[in-house]
Design a protein around this ligand. Structure first.
Ligand code: GLT
Ligand code: MN
Ligand code: MN
Length: 389
């Protein structure tokens, strides 16, 4: 049965960053269009629209120059607001991109003092997240990149990133924090070229760490689509590797600036296959929306935006259920995947089997002759998405 009116429920695990609903619509060409939304107010807004949780960067919550006592007061009030609104904090992260100190990068900056400061700031952000109950710690290296390759060798940057990650894993283990790190890739923006531009790059990097078991990825729809890549494929690879610790849902038209659009608003078909994948495999992590409302909106529009993200997810989840139960679609899939037992296989490897396969004569023309009916299958998908089926 379709979830009633596509209303979010806690078990949907819909979360938003403080920075998403409190985004004031600033862009490189124009100033803020919405008033500041204090963290406590953002929590209330998220509770009102039916979110399950709220995530934050250290400085979304605690200003970078706050004194220890100011920090404690802010955290106390925030936690109280979360408790009263029934909101969880599943994830925390650290802002290593806004302050000018990070203009040359954070963990990869040339200045060792900046690198040390970045590690210190991250440890403090981990403490803050743990205090609020976060179990996932996202790292997005927005400034870890270059405008000119002249400034450092890129392999040196990778070594620095590894050193920092190894250190932070030790810190998490030492403190007994129950954290899993989720590394978030992006190809560019704000740097011309960011190191670790894809989820796949991070997956390869993670295998080189001292504690790969507590490090995974946080793929983002927009970051994959900015460079024309396929989010569902990135997510699938992470999932298959046991590394899908978190994900950022939003939307993006390939080849444009960083849009962070409402989930499913630009590429509903791609969003459908992503939701279908997550639901089919039984992903149990948070469905986190890392997006923001159009610059044309006031806070009523921000609520419309947040509700829209969740509603679209739930509609697509219902469409996925319909797709899986569609008799014509299932018949087509069964026909396509029919096993032809008379043909040889290559698994498992054995000397005899390999020799037999090596010399078998395949009828290539026969294998290529039959139409696969993907046109029909895709149109059935479109019929479901457009609501005529
Ligand atoms: C920033 C970025 C996002 C990251 C956030 C986490 S901050 O808004 O655009 O993709 O997920 O640092
Ligand atoms: Mn993101
Ligand atoms: Mn983004």
């Amino acid at each position: 049965m379709a979830q009633q009116n596509f209303q979010p429920r806690p078990q949907d695990k819909f979360t938003f960053g403080l920075w998403t609903v409190a985004n004031r619509g600033r862009d490189p060409f124009g100033d803020a269009v919405r008033d500041t939304l204090a963290p406590v107010e953002a929590v209330k807004l998220l509770a009102e629209v039916g979110a399950y949780g709220v995530n934050f960067h250290d400085n979304d919550l605690v200003p970078i120059d706050a004194t220890p006592s100011e920090r404690d007061t802010i955290v106390r009030e925030f936690k109280k607001a979360c408790d009263e609104s029934g909101l969880n904090v599943p994830m925390a992260t650290v802002n290593l991109f806004y302050d000018p100190v990070f203009r040359d990068g954070a963990f990869t900056a040339n200045d060792p003092a900046v690198r040390a400061y970045a590690v210190q700031k991250t440890m403090q952000a981990m403490d803050l997240g743990a205090e609020c109950g976060a179990k996932i710690f996202v790292l997005w290296g927005g400034r870890e990149g270059v405008e000119t390759e002249a400034c450092r060798r890129p392999d040196e940057a990778i070594k620095r990133l590894r050193e920092a990650l190894n250190y932070l894993c030790e810190y998490a283990l030492d403190k007994g924090y129950d954290y899993k790190f989720a590394l978030e890739a992006k190809p560019n923006e704000p740097r011309a070229d960011i190191y670790m531009p894809t989820t796949g790059a991070y997956l390869a990097f993670i295998a080189t760490l001292d504690h790969p078991e507590i490090v995974g990825v946080n793929p983002e729809v927009a970051h994959e689509q900015m460079s024309g890549l396929n989010m569902t494929h990135a997510v699938a690879q992470a999932w298959e590797a046991g590394k899908l610790f978190h994900l950022d849902l939003n939307d993006q038209v390939p080849g444009r600036y960083d849009q962070d659009l409402r989930f499913g608003s630009a590429n509903p078909k791609a969003a459908f296959f992503l939701v279908k994948f997550l639901e089919d495999v039984g992903y149990e992590g948070a469905r986190h929306f890392d997006a923001h409302a159009y610059r044309t909106e006031d806070y009523q529009g921000v609520k419309d935006f947040a509700r829209g993200c969740m509603r679209t997810y739930l509609i697509l989840k219902e469409k996925a259920r319909q797709w899986n139960e569609d008799a014509d679609i299932q018949a087509l899939l069964a026909e396509m995947n029919e096993e032809r037992n008379e043909l040889p296989r290559f698994k498992p490897y054995a000397k005899d089997g390999a020799a037999a396969l090596r010399s078998y004569h395949f009828d290539r023309a026969a294998l290529a002759a039959k139409g696969l009916q993907y046109e029909k299958l895709d149109q059935l998908t479109i019929d479901i998405l457009l609501g005529v089926r």
